[in-house]
Write a protein that binds this ligand. Structure first.
Ligand code: NAD
Length: 473
């Protein structure tokens, strides 16, 4: 059984375990110990004790520790990729891409942290030197989802630790085995005892105890809007800081003059990558009527080329969804849309394990398929009159994470960028996109409290201390 890690010790509790099964074939995987609220108390206490030591540790030494964790991960990449493939159903290439991206980002956080500086400001008073410093918050809780079970936790952990925040991490139970590889890498580093703690276990128990703990000053949460809002409400009672990266219903706008073939390729990738289980996946396509039929035909044809099946097979493009909820949501949305007049142009069949990638045409903006996060391999296409209506439909949602627009017109691209209520906008590329060199975060109910990735992530993990030195007589 894989164990908890608290205050520099691997712990096997007397009871409580997670018994993961593979979404690929239902087989039982290695068990992982599950913690309790008492373990959370121990871990948070360890982070309280480690706070001063970690804050005072030279940032260059903290950066070396993060790089050492990345080295350990790099050495085990093949093993991690095969764990992820059977545990969460990612294809081998998707899993490898994720691990490699996490390693790259970890090293970038280490490099950026040593350059994270405050600023000197010009005082209105004579003989006064003003400057700011960026300081860690202290005891931190990290709570992460199963859909990018490697990159998201590794990023939050690297960003928190390299900026001097000691961490207690509760991973999603559906990806607990994958999480143990990350925990192993961070546990091996030269960070002080108690700086890194790992407690798998249900979100409702361990996650809730962690987010409600009075000593936790910063919560980095990636997951659904519903859970994120609950965590933020609890944290608000003690004014703890929350970095929330939440759900989306991300639109791709295709305008009259778009390169339809290019748009179709990007849409099919965005809807079906990771079996549609991406916060920035293509959840809605909004196309102007003059190119609508051509786009539906192109998206349908490309979707039919996808190979669905065992994610370990090199030819597989789309593996199984993680659980029954996603099969049920996708099926319910397709059925309701068809009853209300939408057309399935390809796919539509949902088996015991796999979902056939499905294209839904003639979708109306108020259908569930166009309003609720699907998180499955479904592409709903909505027809609109023009650019203005496309932007209005795209904005008619509580979410605002990552959008894309396809157009050959520089003017139209800028007008759409201006009009979209979205944390990110991609022009002429898939909206399922992130890289370390751009902040990633949501507008509206897709996120708050800062940004993920790059130096923006490091800034979100630190608070500003203002210093004024009076050197007058
Ligand atoms: P989820 O909200 O169900 O779970 C996320 C984490 O919260 C898990 O670790 C879970 O155990 C924990 N949790 C559950 N209940 C809790 C509680 N009461 N208190 C504390 N923690 C609790 O989300 P999920 O199903 O794992 O992930 C899918 C969701 O995450 C989607 O909505 C997706 O859009 C979103 N997501 C967002 C981003 C982003 O960067 N914006 C990235 C990935 C996923």
């Amino acid at each position: 059984m894989r164990r908890l890690y608290i205050n520099d010790e691997w712990i096997e509790p007397e009871s409580g375990q997670i018994n993961p099964t593979s979404p690929v074939d239902g087989s039982a995987l290695e068990t992982v110990a599950a913690g309790t609220p008492a373990h959370v108390d121990d871990a948070v206490e360890a982070t309280v004790d480690a706070s001063d030591t970690l804050r005072e540790m030279n940032v260059h030494r903290r950066a070396e520790a993060i790089n050492a964790a990345m080295d350990a991960i790099e050495n085990r990449t093949d093993e991690i990729v095969s764990t992820m493939t059977v545990e969460v159903g990612k294809t081998t290439s998707e899993a490898r891409e994720e691990v490699e991206s996490a390693i790259r980002s970890g090293r970038e956080y280490a490099a950026d942290a040593v350059r994270l500086c405050g600023e000197v400001t010009r005082s209105q008073y004579d003989d006064r030197h003003n400057f700011t410093r960026r300081e860690p918050y202290g005891p931190t809780g990290v709570i992460t989802p199963w859909n990018y079970p490697f990159e998201i936790p590794t990023d939050h952990l690297s960003a928190a630790l390299v900026t001097g925040n000691p961490v207690t991490w509760n991973p999603a139970s559906a990806a607990a085995l994958t999480a143990t590889h990350i925990a192993g890498a961070f546990a091996e580093t030269s960070l002080p005892d108690g700086a890194f703690n790992f407690i798998p276990g249900s979100g409702g128990t361990v996650g809730a105890a962690l987010s409600g703990h009075p000593a936790v000053r910063l919560l980095a949460f990636t997951g659904s809007t519903e859970v994120g809002q609950r965590i933020a409400a609890t944290a608000a009672e003690r004014s703890a800081e929350c970095l929330l990266e939440l759900g989306g219903k991300d639109p791709v706008l295709v305008l009259d003059d778009a390169d339809v073939s290019r748009a179709a390729d990007a849409i099919v990738l965005g809807s079906n990558y990771n079996c549609g289980q991406s916060c920035s996946g293509t959840e809605r396509v909004i196309a102007t009527e003059s190119i609508y039929d051509e786009l539906v035909a192109a998206v349908t044809a490309r979707t039919e080329e996808l190979t669905v099946g065992d994610p370990r097979d090199a030819e597989t493009d789309v593996g199984p969804p993680i659980n029954d909820d996603i099969r049920e949501t996708t099926e319910r949305q397709i059925t309701a849309a068809v009853e209300a007049g939408a057309r399935v142009t390809t796919g539509g069949s949902i088996g015991d394990r796999y979902i056939e990638p499905t294209v839904l045409a003639d979708v109306a903006p108020e259908m569930q398929a166009a309003t609720e996060e699907t998180f499955g391999p479904l592409t709903p296409l909505i027809s609109v009159a023009d650019r203005e209506e496309a932007v209005a439909v795209a904005n008619d949602t509580r979410y605002g994470l990552q959008a894309a627009v396809f157009t050959e017109s520089l003017q139209d691209a800028h007008r759409v960028i201006d009009g979209l209520q979205s944390g990110g906008v991609v022009v002429n590329g898939t909206n399922n996109f992130w890289e370390h060199q751009l902040p990633f975060g949501g507008f509206k109910q897709s996120g708050s409290g800062g940004e993920y990735k790059g130096r923006w992530h490091l800034e979100s993990m630190t608070q500003v201390k203002a210093v004024a030195i009076d050197y007058g007589d």
